[in-house]
Write a new protein. Structure first.
Length: 155
């Protein structure tokens, strides 16, 4: 009986080690960069709510943030895996370019240097963008944890 309990604990520990920080990173990526149906004119409200929710009052406003807004917004997990939904960014092997096109809203701070709650944002909506993401691993795996930029995708 002691051996089977030990084996069970060992198996659970191995599974948690295997999952590692990627699970948390994928969840935080979605929290920070996915907002289904968001419109460009909602940037100020969405960004300020994010600052409030993270208890970062009295901090400087974030200068920019990108939100994926379309039906495929939650399908970013394989961008970091070579040959699946992303390819290596030539200048930095820790970055990947999505092969898929994402509708998105890019929010940019109007009043540079402002502190919360005085953050005022302008938003621009795009429908034909690929995204450049930072990955948790530069070895052809991992998950996205930050959107570094976006590019026009020509068909």
């Amino acid at each position: 009986m002691k051996i089977s309990i030990f084996a069970g604990v060992l198996l659970i520990s191995a599974a948690l080690i295997f999952l590692g920080p990627d699970t948390a990173d994928a969840t935080s990526f979605d929290t920070r960069h996915v907002n289904m149906g968001m419109k460009a004119d909602q940037c100020t409200a969405v960004m300020n709510e994010g600052i409030r929710r993270l208890n970062q009052a009295n901090t400087f406003c974030k200068s920019t943030n990108t939100f994926l807004t379309g039906d495929n917004a939650y399908h970013t997990g394989t961008i970091c895996r070579s040959g699946e939904r992303g390819k290596v960014w030539p200048q930095n092997h820790n970055l990947r370019i999505s092969l898929d096109i994402y509708p998105l809203v890019e929010c940019n701070l109007k009043n540079k240097g402002a502190k919360y709650p005085d953050c005022d944002y302008t938003g621009v909506a795009y429908t034909n963008r690929t995204i450049i993401v930072s990955c948790t691993s530069d070895k052809g795996g991992g998950v996205p944890f930050h959107i570094e930029g976006n590019l026009v995708k020509y068909k």
